[in-house]
Ligand binder design. Sequence first.
Ligand code: ATP
Ligand code: MG
Length: 456
Amino acid sequence: MRATILVVDDEKNIREGLAESLALDGHVVRTAADGAAGLKAVEEGDVDLVITDLKMPVLSGGELLRALAGRYPGLPVIVLTGHGTIEDAVEAMRFGAFDFLTKPVNLDHLSLLARRALERGELARKNRELEAEVEAQRRTSSIVGSSAEMKRVFELVRRVAPTKASVLVTGESGVGKELVADAIHNLSPRRDGPLVKVHCAALAESLLESELFGHEKGAFTGAAGRKRGRFELADKGSLFLDEIGEINQNVQIKILRVLQERRFERVGGEETVESDVRIIAATNRDLKKEIAEGRFREDLYYRLNVVNIHVPPLRERRDDIPLLAMSFLREFAEENGKRVEGLDPKARSALYAYDWPGNVRELRNCVESAVVMARGPLLTPDDLPPTLRAAGESHDVRVPAGSSLAEAEKILIAETLAAQGGNKSRTAEILGIGRKTLYQKIEEYGIEAPAARGES
Ligand SMILES: Nc1ncnc2c1ncn2[C@@H]1O[C@H](COP(=O)(O)OP(=O)(O)OP(=O)(O)O)[C@@H](O)[C@H]1O
Ligand SMILES: [Mg+2]
């Protein structure tokens, strides 16, 4: 990882010696002769790591460390200690220093420690970015997603919400169809009206009809009084017809009529009822196929499907996985009163590799159980269900047709590196290349390496 490192020491020889050695590792190095100058350099921006002496004039290393910890949490600091200041170094660790080095400095050790500190800083930065993004999305809607596919869904929701057009939301079970329906209603001018939901599959045929349209007293055995149906209750609001593919032909005709005429009669009644309703329907079935097989009315399909919003399965938008996982993690950490802050790189790559047949619902359940199991601040593969752990160990790498050899190489390196939790020795071994070659390629392709664990 190429980075900008700030070296702060009042002794010119040490300052310049360290700077030279770090520059040989490919880093950009800046220097400062005391704590105050060091703080100023950090304020100017772009510093990824600070290496500072403790005993300095103007502002000591300890004071610098405290100032940085307050203002730049996540910026790693390595402390240099001379003879007799070990106690100060221990004190510095308490103030959040990443590690310390004793003078005279062993340059190999310096190089290794710098790399580790930078990787840690990078991980902290990524977690903070994810958190900020989750927060920003929470404010606008409860739907989390940043993939190109979900951006398309958001865009469609924003465009249809202000209209009265019927919307058919399609997609596999657990992709978030109901959340899309909620968002359409909440972004529409009807948001102050009711959003009434009918789970069509859950109701027996006879009940469904009276549930939707209501009934008059004595319409059937057990109809003790007049009951208003969901179409009536949704007046001036939206009606969400979930699992619309499950309703029978008889009810299909009745719904079609309401959509065409905007009026209907209650079961067992003569009186015509009018209702101003916006319809949002959802299904995980292929309605075109249902039509071809004679189970679903084509005319109803066109009435419902004025606008189609298709929510793709999670495996086709894996870029959403980290963000979703982080959002659920925060939700369940809070709910269970646990201090879980993120995922370790291996757990993250296991989530990324898994195929998610149950889509977002499955991911949500999985993160919930992992948070409950978690013993440390980061979720590890051990906290995940066994099927997922297996996914982390081996997974297919997909290279889009039409990629150049270089692009394919980049994808393969990045995926292997992620699957190995950022461990470059193992990645190089698996790819059958030397470590040096691997480093060069990571640099050349600008691959973002996850922070390594258990590697030296
Ligand atoms: N993009 C998302 N952001 C946050 N949570 C999501 C997202 N998508 C789905 N969820 C969550 O996943 C679960 C399933 O979502 P939802 O009920 O909307 O799916 P569905 O497509 O209606 O599924 P089904 O077809 O089984 O009814 C819910 O707990 C929901 O909050
Ligand atoms: Mg649903």
